[in-house]
Design a protein around this ligand. Structure first.
Ligand SMILES: Nc1nc2c(ncn2[C@@H]2O[C@H](COP(=O)(O)OP(=O)(O)OP(=O)(O)O)[C@@H](O)[C@H]2O)c(=O)[nH]1
Length: 397
């Protein structure tokens, strides 16, 4: 996935959807105005739920953010002791909050009961102090008695520069990490900015409810991926295969794919290289034609399901796939090269890279009669066994 596609998917789409939700909420204000007293209560219930759920699924960052947003909401509602008027601290809280969101976008989700939690608390405190110190410094520099900075520069330096830098950091990390949780950092920042710049457009409670629901959706979508996606290859998992099997009609073909001599490949080049080859084979398999959907069955075995296709139809596509993988030269870089320093890299030995090829065997079967999906899969597995027995690197139906 290119950086452009990633930024579209993990930044542009979530921000646009949030924007549309905000616009729709404004448009239908007459519908929720009556419910506002109830809506004002909702963040008190939603955020503890999100915090606990996020913790349960090991998304500590969402948990922390939920607690911080709840504290801010309590403060804004006057339910916490007010040291200074919230209006006087508006800029300070906004800037500190922006820095905290940027910090969470860089940070990783860690176990809550670990030393990282202490580091997280220290970092949050540091962001708050930094926000306050930054504004204090700029205010001092532009004070009427010492007008060292022009007013326009003052505003730019006080708010726009740190907020701009934080936004860039949040977007870079969301594009790089490609998870729904990191997209949530972008959405949080967007809503935070919206509330600061347009405080009277929508009540804070509505914005916070919107954000809490988005957090819940992100937790659900990430958990769905954990359950139905294979971590290493990114393919749908065996659980997804079994779920999909329930929706198949009586006309389909199934192929079982197995990498040949993968054990000796692992033994020769190491498990890490083996993992990379599995990822590569998986990406090649996804290019199968004939409407085949690829699943990682387990280990070095994959399953391809062709709904509404018979064996004669899929055989040429499977053969094509086998040939593509057989002919693909996998370049293994010299491991020594990574650790050697620049000056010693130009020796001939260091520049050598090994090229290896792997082959796959495929067994394919077609559903017929009263066979269940598991039985059809077993037939494909038997065909795979025969393909292996007959010398591997072949397709057997
Ligand atoms: N690197 C890596 N290896 C894996 C993974 N899952 C399974 N394997 C390895 O795949 C190998 C499978 O070996 P076997 O079942 O003996 O089959 P094979 O060596 O491919 O031989 P044939 O199937 O008969 O051609 C084992 O060595 C497993 O450790 C994985 O996720 N990563």
């Amino acid at each position: 996935m290119s950086a452009l596609t990633r930024s579209f998917r993990y930044i542009f789409v979530p921000v646009m959807m949030t924007f549309i939700c905000i616009a729709a909420t404004q448009l239908f204000a007459y519908k929720w105005q009556l419910w506002l007293p109830t809506i004002n209560e909702l963040p008190y219930y939603l955020y503890p739920i999100v915090a606990v759920l996020a913790l349960q699924f090991n998304y500590a960052r969402l948990s922390f953010l939920s607690v911080l947003l709840l504290i801010y909401y309590l403060y804004e509602q006057g339910l916490l002791p007010e040291l200074t008027s919230i209006e006087d601290l508006r800029d300070h809280i906004f800037l500190s909050g922006t820095l905290v969101i940027a910090f969470f976008s860089i940070n990783k989700d860690r176990a809550i009961l670990s030393t990282h939690t202490i580091k997280t608390f220290v970092s949050i405190a540091f962001c708050v102090v930094l926000g306050f110190a930054w504004l204090f410094l700029i205010t001092q520099l532009s004070a009427p008695t010492t007008p060292e900075l022009p007013p326009a520069f003052n505003l730019l330096a006080a708010i726009y520069v740190p907020v701009g830098v934080s936004s860039i950091v949040v977007c870079i990390y969301a594009t790089w990490r490609k998870t729904a949780i990191d997209s949530m950092m972008v959405v949080t920042l967007f809503i935070w900015l919206f509330y600061y710049y347009y405080p009277s457009e929508l009540p804070l409670s509505i914005l916070l409810c919107m954000l809490a629901v988005t957090y819940l959706c992100a937790i659900l979508s990430e958990s769905y991926h954990l359950a139905y996606r294979d971590d290493l290859t990114g393919l749908s998992s065996r659980r997804a295969l079994n779920t999909m099997a329930l929706s198949l009609n009586s006309h389909y073909s199934v192929a079982m794919v197995d990498i040949d001599h993968f054990k000796s490949f692992n033994d020769t080049y190491g498990h890490d290289v083996g993992d990379q080859v599995l990822q590569l084979i998986a990406s090649k398999l996804t290019k199968v034609k004939g409407s085949g959907k690829v699943y990682r069955y387990g280990g070095e075995e994959f399953t391809i399901v062709f709904p509404n296709r018979d064996v004669e139809f899929v055989l040429p596509y499977l053969n094509e796939l086998r040939c593509i993988i057989r002919d693909y030269d996998i370049v293994l870089r010299n491991e020594h090269r990574k650790t050697s320093n620049k000056s010693s890299r130009n020796t001939q030995e260091d520049n050598l890279s090994t090229t290896v090829n792997v082959t796959i065997s495929i067994g394919v079967a077609e559903h017929h009669g009263q066979l269940t999906f598991a039985q059809t899969l077993k037939l494909a597995d038997k065909a795979l066994y025969i393909a292996k027995k007959n010398g591997r690197n072949r397709v057997f139906a």
